[in-house]
Design a protein around this ligand. Structure first.
Ligand code: BES
Ligand code: MN
Ligand code: ZN
Length: 487
């Protein structure tokens, strides 16, 4: 599907008209549809995501008028994004091939460059479907979406950037949606190499020998039980001066999380545990395509947490890359193990100034915040600010949890420096405890941890912008974090 900016009304099968609450139709309409729109607009308030669809013959062909309420501009920016996604769902229902969006009818809300950009993304993301394993994929009827705005230059820019960010998010979805038999650590490395070649970043992949040479004992322990060996995927994008400090985006890449010997009790959808890694890959794609003037590393520790004769065992003690010994209290707390070494690698080998990790780390985050808001934790005021601002731009809701040092003793081990889960000494706060564990591996440097375990996939498919499966959450967020770092 193509999204483009236009400066004059073109041909269309559906006309999408965003309406600000209580404002109605404020633009001059093409004569042919004027009457129909007036009819549809009767009684239409413009409350958020309110819709009205009217299909009728215009000059010999069927045209659908789709009114979409943007609300009064209150609440999270995601509300406006969702409204445009709802519009796209309506376009699909009426099987419109060519869609035109009249942005000028929401002059207050759509004058924001970010709303324009997210409108473009909403159409792409609401159109996404994962077809790799369908013999007869259902083709989307919508082939082209045109955005008409009097602010032509800004609209063209928004289309350019929205196309890029949507591509990143959809790549993240693809990675999450691909079952592990088709997406091993090496397969993900291949995806990264392919993306690097296409978008302009370098990719290096460390295999067994190099992972062991770097003494990444925690990462290796998790993945060593699988016939598909671990890979450390390192993406390297230079957008700024070589001596400008770099940021690392580190994504959990557990391609399958059975829990290991602490076997999970439910074994469905265990192949989605690399959503953080997928989001990092997606962000790198968007960052490189947009040529952001920042130096960025994307690091994905990719492995499979499975059950075999070679798997790590509860009770094992492993030495992480930074020299700390870790008691494996629970083989299902594997995400923090692989991230521990990836964070050390980012700070010590890549010498980044700061790092953000994204991970499906804890089930507890669902209880804490629900399935629509991701948690973050940070030791740094600047990163906190960047994340909160980026969250508004990417329309991905974030909420901070504290790195409460009073919970830290629950990770004390009687036999090693630290253990990877709290066992029976449970003080609660499972997501915070995960963050506290990771904090032991950042050398006191600026760092933020995004726990996307509750938002990375939508198993009901009940959000208009996100079909059942991976949501791609985090790719756009990380793009907007990095974008703010431009000098
Ligand atoms: N990948 C899981 C977390 C998860 C749970 C993601 C549900 C998505 C949906 C993670 O590796 C895990 O198993 N975490 C454990 C940690 C515990 C053993 C300390 C958890 O949350 O139960
Ligand atoms: Mn696990
Ligand atoms: Zn996991």
């Amino acid at each position: 599907m193509i999204c483009k900016a236009i400066t004059e009304l073109n041909e269309y099968n559906a006309l999408v008209i965003p309406v600000e609450e209580g404002k109605g139709i404020v633009i001059e309409l093409p004569a042919a549809v004027n009457e129909a729109v007036s009819l549809a607009a009767e009684g239409f308030v413009g409350k958020k995501s309110e819709t009205k669809v009217l299909t009728m013959p215009v000059e010999g062909k069927l045209v659908s008028v789709i009114l979409i309420g943007l609300g009064d501009g209150s609440g999270h920016p995601k509300n406006r994004f969702t409204a445009f996604a709802v519009a796209m769902q309506e376009c699909k229902k009426v099987k419109a091939e060519k869609v035109t969006v009249l942005m000028d009818n929401a002059p207050n809300l759509c004058k924001c460059p970010n709303v324009k950009m997210k409108a473009v993304e909403a159409f792409h993301l609401a159109n996404y479907s994962f077809n790799q394993f369908k013999t007869h994929p259902q083709e989307s009827p919508v082939k082209e979406v045109s955005f008409l705005s009097s602010d032509a230059e800004a609209m063209a820019h928004a289309v350019w950037e929205g196309n890029i960010c949507a591509e990143g998010t959809m790549k993240a979805r693809d990675v999450v949606n691909t079952p592990s038999m088709a997406m091993s650590p090496e397969d993900l490395a291949k995806e990264a190499r392919k993306a690097g070649a296409a978008c302009g970043f370098n990719v290096r992949v460390l295999e067994k020998e190099q992972i062991l040479a770097h003494k990444m004992g925690a990462f290796w322990a998790v993945g060593k039980g699988s016939a598909h060996e671990p890979r450390l995927i390192i993406m390297e994008y230079h957008g700024a001066d070589p001596d400008e400090a770099a940021i690392a985006l580190v994504g959990k890449g557990v391609m399958y999380d059975s829990g290991g010997y602490n076997l999970k009790s439910s074994l469905t959808y265990l192949y989605t545990d690399m959503a953080g890694g997928g989001a990092v890959l997606g962000a790198m794609i968007a960052i490189a395509k947009a040529k952001l003037k920042v130096n960025v590393y994307g690091v994905i520790p990719a492995c499979e947490n499975i059950l075999s004769k070679d798997s790590y065992l509860p009770g094992d003690i492993v030495t992480a890359m930074n020299g700390k010994t870790v008691e494996v209290d629970n083989t299902d707390a594997e995400g923090r193990m692989v991230l521990a070494d990836a964070l050390t690698y980012a700070f010590r080998e890549l010498k980044v100034a700061k790092a953000i990790d994204a991970a499906t780390l804890t089930g507890a985050v669902t209880a804490a915040l629900g399935t629509r808001t991701a948690a973050f934790m940070t030791n740094d005021d600047e990163l906190r600010q960047l994340i909160n601002t980026a969250s508004g731009h990417s329309c991905e809701k974030m909420w901070e949890l504290p790195l409460d040092e009073e919970l830290r003793p629950s990770l004390n081990s009687h036999i090693a420096d630290i253990k990877n889960s709290v066992g029976s000494s449970n003080m609660g706060g499972g997501s915070i405890v995960g963050g506290l564990f990771l904090q032991e591996f950042v050398d006191g440097k600026p760092w933020a941890h995004l726990d996307i375990a509750a938002v990375n996939r939508d198993l009901s498919g009940s959000q208009p912008h996100s079909a059942k499966g991976g949501s791609g959450f985090g790719a756009s967020l990380m793009y907007h974090i990095v974008k703010q770092l431009q000098k």
